[in-house]
Ligand binder design. Structure first.
Ligand SMILES: NC(=O)c1ccc[n+]([C@@H]2O[C@H](COP(=O)([O-])OP(=O)(O)OC[C@H]3O[C@@H](n4cnc5c(N)ncnc54)[C@H](O)[C@@H]3O)[C@@H](O)[C@H]2O)c1
Ligand SMILES: [Zn+2]
Ligand SMILES: [Zn+2]
Length: 361
């Protein structure tokens, strides 16, 4: 019997989200239905709602979640009912050219559920990042469920499902931050502050946090920033150079997703340094840079999707570090809310009042 549950839907570009009855099919071959226990509000949900990702409305929002497997379909061996899991948007295929070369974190053919979730009238929903977890029960590909230690509460564990993993991984996996590096992070929301936590965990000696909002910079200090710069008041490129012996940082992480902050990142890195773009731009944005500077400064210009994570490798490990007190995940949970408060949470995110609002079910 299909399940009928409540979920948060974005019906049209810029329209306030609504709580709707969603029909969730029984899991088919290779699929799982998960009882969602918590799901964080990520800026990418707002991008979907604003039409910044694509036009496939209506969207079923939410993609940063943890819960318990309720049922699995035929042939599923990865998980079984009762397993405590974080949902991921990188269920690797094992067969594409990236997977076959031993680089599954770049998998070009990740799995989602084959069946569709719908509104009660049969309208097909597009689940955000192939998940859709502002929903009491959701349908995913079984490979989207990663088992972790149930001692970590869902509101915290779920954050690894997107933004916090994206930030940690942007620093550690994509940026390759290691002991002794100098790092700057531009944009200190949930993603940027996770990049700061990642740089701290990896042993960076200098970590400069840049934001336009002092509240974000206060949080950044808590996650390990050694210096903070309010770029409304101070030129961030000069400030980062001053704080790194006049040279610029080894790794600069852009966690806003705008051309002007990307340029700051580009010029705030040392020669042969690395820029990591983790903020998501919108389709109309363009970047102009002197090609000679791109050449002359050397180094690497990278973008980071999901922190180049491999969920099966990274989620259980990061949860263990959290449980040992070595990674502060609690600090990202600014508030817990109900399913009917997602629109309000977008407003708080927009006004900079929260790192993460987390829906708890
Ligand atoms: N690449 C990925 O895999 C991935 C995953 C999740 C989220 N994201 C993206 O990362 C970005 C950040 O997400 P978030 O959830 O942390 O959002 P957020 O809204 O919580 O944080 C954005 C931060 O940028 C700051 N900011 C805005 N304009 C700025 C400027 N000009 N200079 C400096 N700081 C500025 C804001 O004050 C805020 O603190 C978004 O674009 C989101 O879509 C990417
Ligand atoms: Zn693959
Ligand atoms: Zn996200």
């Amino acid at each position: 019997m299909p399940y009928e549950v409540q979920g948060v839907v974005a019906r049209g570009k810029g329209e306030a989200v609504t709580l709707e009855t969603v029909v969730v099919p029984d899991p088919g071959p290779g699929e799982a239905v998960v009882n969602v226990q918590a799901c964080g509000v990520c800026h990418t949900d707002l991008h979907y709602r604003e039409g910044g990702i694509n036009d496939e409305f209506p969207f079923l929002l939410g993609h940063e979640a943890a819960g318990v497997v309720e049922a699995v379909g035929a042939g599923v061996t990865e998980v079984e009912p009762g397993d405590y899991v974080i949902l991921n948007w990188r269920a690797v295929c094992g067969q594409c050219r990236a997977c076959l070369r031993g680089r599954p974190w770049y998998c070009f053919n990740t799995h989602n559920a084959a069946q569709k979730m719908t509104l009660a009238d049969g309208t097909v929903l597009s689940p955000a990042l192939g998940i859709g977890a502002f929903l009491e029960k959701t349908l995913v590909a079984a490979g989207q469920c990663t088992k972790v230690n149930p001692a970590a509460k869902p509101a915290v564990a779920g954050l690894l499902g997107c933004g916090v993993m994206a930030g940690l991984g942007a620093a550690i996996n994509t940026g390759g931050v290691t002991r002794g590096d100098t790092v700057a992070v531009i944009g200190c929301g949930g993603v940027g502050n996770a990049a700061i936590a990642g740089a701290h965990l990896a042993g960076a000696r200098t970590i400069v946090a840049v934001d336009v909002d002092d509240r974000k910079l206060d949080w950044a200090r808590g996650f390990g920033a050694t210096h903070t710069v309010n770029s409304r008041e101070t030129d961030p490129v000069e400030a980062i150079r001053d704080l790194t012996g006049g040279f610029g940082a080894d790794v600069v992480i852009e966690a806003v997703g705008r051309p002007e902050t990307y340029k700051q990142a580009f010029y705030a890195r040392d020669l042969a340094g690395t820029v990591v773009l983790v903020g998501v731009p919108t389709p109309e944005m363009q970047l102009e840079l002197p090609l000679l500077d791109v050449f002359g400064r050397g180094g690497a210009l990278k973008s980071s999707w999901y922190g180049d994570c491999l969920p099966s490798r990274d989620f259980p490990m990061l949860i263990d570090l959290y449980l040992q007190g070595r990674l502060d995940l609690d600090g990202f949970v600014s508030e817990t809310i109900g399913l009917d408060q997602v629109e309000e949470a977008f407003g708080k995110m927009h006004r900079g009042e929260v790192l993460r609002s987390v829906v708890v079910l």
